[in-house]
Design a protein around this ligand. Structure first.
Ligand SMILES: [Zn+2]
Length: 242
C-alpha cells in the first residue's frame, strides 16, 4: 500500500503504525524548569552547570559560588550591624544603624561605593545617610558628625548645607603635614596655616613647627566653622612624637 497525497491521517496510521507520538516540547520544557539550583538553600530554576542564573554567573565570573543574601543583620543593644559584601562575594565590612531603622533599611540591598553605603532605587543611587534622614541631596546635605561613614546611627548624622559639609571634611589625601589646614611653604621654608570659610581663603600665618600651625588652624576653625569645625588632634601627634 502506498500513501497518497491527500490521504486521511487515519489511513496514514494504518500504513505506518510505528509512527512515534510527536515530541512534547511543552512537557520537556516544564521538566527543565522544575530542576532547581544545586546551591544549598537556593530553589531558583536551573540554568546551567547545575546552577541557577545568578549562581552560574558567579561561577563563570569568579570561579566560586556564594549565598545570594547581600546583607546580614545582627543586633547589639540599640545598634544594628549590617554586613556588606564586595563584588566577588567576600565580606567587606559592617556598618551601624539604629535598631529602630532596621525595618526600613532591610527593604533594600546595600552595597559599598567608595567607602559610603548606598542602594539603588529605580536606577538612582541612594546613600544611606540621606535615606535615613529623608533628604534628597541638592540644597540640603547630611553630614557624619565624627566623619565615620560606617556609623549611620542618627546621633552621628546631622542635616547641613553643602558649605558646612565641606567644613567638616578631614585633611586631603595628599596632605604632607598630617594636619588639616597646614601645608609646607617652599619659598618661606615654613609651615603655613590657612583656612577657607564662606567661599573665602584666609591666611593664618607661618610657623616653624607643623604642630603650632595645626593649633593655629584649630583656633581659626572654631571661630569660622563653629560646630562643623574639623579639629586637628594635636595632643595625639605630640604623644606620638614622644
Ligand atoms: Zn542558585
Amino acid at each position: 500500500m502506498i500513501l497518497n497525497h491527500g490521504d486521511s491521517p487515519v489511513q496514514a496510521k494504518r500504513i505506518f503504525p510505528e509512527i512515534p507520538a510527536p515530541f512534547n516540547f511543552q512537557g520537556a520544557r516544564q521538566e527543565v524548569f522544575m530542576k532547581t539550583c544545586n546551591f544549598d538553600g537556593c530553589d531558583r530554576p536551573h540554568k546551567a552547570k547545575g546552577y541557577c542564573c545568578s549562581h552560574y554567573s558567579q561561577l563563570r565570573r569568579f570561579g566560586r559560588t556564594w549565598s545570594l543574601v547581600k546583607n546580614e543583620y545582627r543586633f547589639k543593644g540599640d545598634i544594628c550591624f549590617v554586613s556588606v559584601r564586595s563584588k566577588d562575594g567576600f565580606f567587606k565590612y559592617e556598618f551601624m544603624i539604629d535598631r529602630e531603622d532596621y525595618q526600613e533599611v532591610s527593604k533594600h540591598v546595600w552595597c559599598d561605593t567608595k567607602g559610603y553605603v548606598c542602594c539603588r532605587d529605580n536606577g538612582r543611587v541612594v546613600y544611606i545617610h540621606n535615606f535615613l534622614m529623608g533628604v534628597v541631596p541638592g540644597v540640603i546635605y547630611v553630614d557624619h558628625r565624627k566623619r565615620t561613614p560606617k556609623d549611620n546611627r542618627k546621633k552621628n548624622l546631622r542635616v547641613c548645607s553643602h558649605m558646612q559639609n565641606t567644613m567638616n571634611c578631614g585633611k586631603q589625601k595628599n596632605n604632607k603635614a598630617g594636619f588639616k589646614g597646614v601645608s609646607w611653604c617652599n619659598i618661606k621654608k615654613k609651615w603655613r596655616a590657612a583656612i577657607s570659610a564662606n567661599g573665602k581663603y584666609f591666611h593664618i600665618g607661618y610657623f616653624n613647627d607643623p604642630i603650632e600651625a595645626a593649633e593655629a588652624y584649630n583656633i581659626a576653625a572654631k571661630t569660622h566653622h563653629g560646630e562643623f569645625a574639623c579639629i586637628n588632634n594635636v595632643q595625639q601627634s605630640i604623644g606620638r612624637r614622644g
